[in-house]
Design a protein around this ligand. Sequence first.
Ligand code: IPD
Length: 277
Amino acid sequence: MPDLWQEAMDHAVAIARKAGEIVRDAVQNDMKIMCKSSSVDLVTKTDQKVEQLIIDSVKEKFPTHSFIGEESVAAGQPCVLTDNPTWIIDPVDGTTNFVHGYPFVAISIGFAVNKELEFGVVYSCIEDKMYTARKGKGAFCNGEPLQVSDQKEINQSIIATEFGSNRDPEVVNKIFSSMRKILCLPVHGMRGVGTAATNMCMVASGCVEAYYEIGIHCWDVAAGAVIVSEAGGVLMDVEGGPLDLMSRRVVAANNKTIAERIIKEIESFPAVRDDAP
Ligand code: IPD
């Protein structure tokens, strides 16, 4: 049977590589930093330029496809996932890292059809690591197969999370409280590289057992979700049950035992859904 979406995936890899070159060049140069929802929710001209480049090139090749892009949504485009083939794009995941020259920045491209994720491409462009996964065909980094860790003991695990960009003191208390509880289980350590997509690739690579966060967006995790599940991992909601891409909550783990153990410790807080009217 022909693989309908292979051409789209090959295009995603090529355009992510090109976008990565632009991002790498821009890290060396002065950049104009702007704020979105708050003074810690940053965007640069590079985010906007890279998203436009990706959308223009996909539109030329696949004119009937739809898009959900971080910067397009920030500019007022709807964030609604339909059954139409849809590219879910974060042009610069880790914008804060990018602005500070902290060397983890990714281009994240997920692709869904009938609301099901078909492939994910995460290009960690400073490290030059191209993570790819196609539903049913495995996950890879620079062509090498990925496999999650087989650890089942939480006290032998590393857990990744992020602080996100919500600085409401009550939310920050909950974030710290969840981290404190997980740290004291105890776990071997807690990490976070400053990009949701790359954190998920760390789970897929087997060097951290789980990553969780509340407040991410669908474009931060769509591609990573395919990469984690194709590497043998699981995706869940922070209160249990399956991942809901639009809910702004994610647990990505090597297995259900680890996922459910950290879910017990996570104090959730409200986040407005990506697809809220
Ligand atoms: C952010 C990064 C960060 C996570 C935030 C995301 P952006 O994405 O993934 O690690 O903590 O929740 O919004 O804004 O750099 O594309």
